[in-house]
Design a protein around this ligand. Structure first.
Ligand code: ADP
Ligand code: MG
Length: 339
């Protein structure tokens, strides 16, 4: 029988990989904002048109890319962030898989302008269908501007599955909020359909929470600060009266990365005991800092899931810390750690 196995061309391989990384505009928002943060930006703008379906642009004042890197960044598994297996287990950056830009370029038109500090002139690279269609010198500020246009223009089946603009916009805004909450020291601006939606000046976490969620949250925040056993937990939990029936304002960041964890959510809720109704969920903005070698964030391409080496220990640590914080504010009448 004749040989029938062939290697897929890069363009198809990238489109397949894109299925995991790029589900909708919000996935691109997350990847581009994370890249800007990894580039050391202190100021980041996010510009959306039609909930990101027509345009997602991120402009940062980070370190920029060299001419070669500005092409290389669109290759699959091309990254400046890890070099070997050891690095994979002690990740310090938001990105590391080197597949976001390759995946995005496989399903949208990309226009990149970038300049490094040692150059007077910027470089403009355009990519369509994983092919570089333009590479030219141009004027541009220090940093990177990357525009993603016409998402899924070449994958009609995926485009059809996009939800209405309000729904896609909500998802994009959720990603934006998660990132701006975890980096209050960075200035962010959000535009949608030429309207300035949010301008967030650099500040501390409390100020950032108030600018994102509104003034009314300010006197409902209880600080959390524990630093023991190689773990640091900090941030704020909401007073019981801030709890809600609907989920939404639960933010857990592990080493600054937003993580969805029903397990930890359960630990936090358990700490409130009967201070909140059983159908309510407490509001929280918690940052766990943990030795990167004791977690695995490489569980899923979107990196929103995590494996803890010592899951039970983390559960109890968080539960006790939250209960202690509530106790310090005299919110809980009994402080019983034995339960
Ligand atoms: P990863 O972030 O996992 O490395 P990406 O595909 O998101 O993979 O990006 C590939 C590379 O392109 C990054 O490692 C980085 O070197 C470079 N890069 C991407 N975005 C930016 C940016 N905004 N500023 C500077 N460099 C960037
Ligand atoms: Mg990245």
């Amino acid at each position: 029988m004749a040989d029938i196995i062939q290697l897929l061309p890069d363009s198809i391989a990238n489109q397949i990989a894109a299925g995991e990384v790029v589900q909708r505009p919000s996935s691109i928002v997350k990847e581009l904002l994370e890249n800007a943060i990894d580039a050391g930006a202190t100021e980041i703008q996010l510009i959306l048109k039609d909930a990101g379906k027509t345009l997602i642009q991120v402009v940062d004042n980070g370190k920029g890319m060299s001419e070669t890197d500005a092409r290389m960044c669109f290759e699959r598994h091309a990254t400046s962030k890890i070099r070997n297996t050891e690095d994979l287990f002690s990740i310090q950056t938001m990105g590391f898989r080197g597949e976001a830009l390759a995946s995005i370029a496989a399903v949208a038109k990309v226009d990149l302008i970038t300049r490094t500090a040692d150059k007077d002139i910027a470089i403009n690279v355009r990519v369509e269908g994983t092919k570089v269609t333009r590479q030219e010198a141009c004027q541009g500020p220090l940093g990177t501007s990357i525009s993603i246009k016409n998402l899924f223009y070449n994958v009609p089946a995926r485009r059809k599955f996009l939800k209405s603009d309000p729904t896609e916009y909500k998802h994009a805004l959720d990603e934006f909020n998660r990132i701006v909450l975890s980096y209050p020291e960075i200035k962010f601006t959000l535009y949608h359909n030429n309207n300035n939606i949010m301008s967030l000046s650099a500040g501390n976490l409390r100020q950032r929470i108030v600018s994102v969620l509104g003034k009314s949250i300010n006197d409902k925040l209880v600080p959390v600060e524990v630093d023991t056993d190689n773990l640091i937990l900090s941030g704020f939990i909401g007073k019981p009266e801030a709890s809600k029936k609907s989920r939404g304002d639960q933010y857990l960041f592990v080493n600054k990365r937003f993580i969805k964890s029903n397990y930890i959510n359960h630990a936090i809720k358990a700490a409130y005991e009967d201070l909140i109704a059983s159908d309510h969920t407490p509001v929280y903005f918690l940052f766990l800092e943990i030795d990167p070698t004791s977690i695995d964030v490489n569980v899923h391409p979107t990196k929103q899931e995590i494996k803890f080496e010592e899951e039970r220990l983390i559960y109890n640590y968080i539960k006790v810390a939250v209960r202690h914080a509530l106790g310090q504010y005299n919110i809980t009448p009994v402080l019983d750690f034995s339960r």
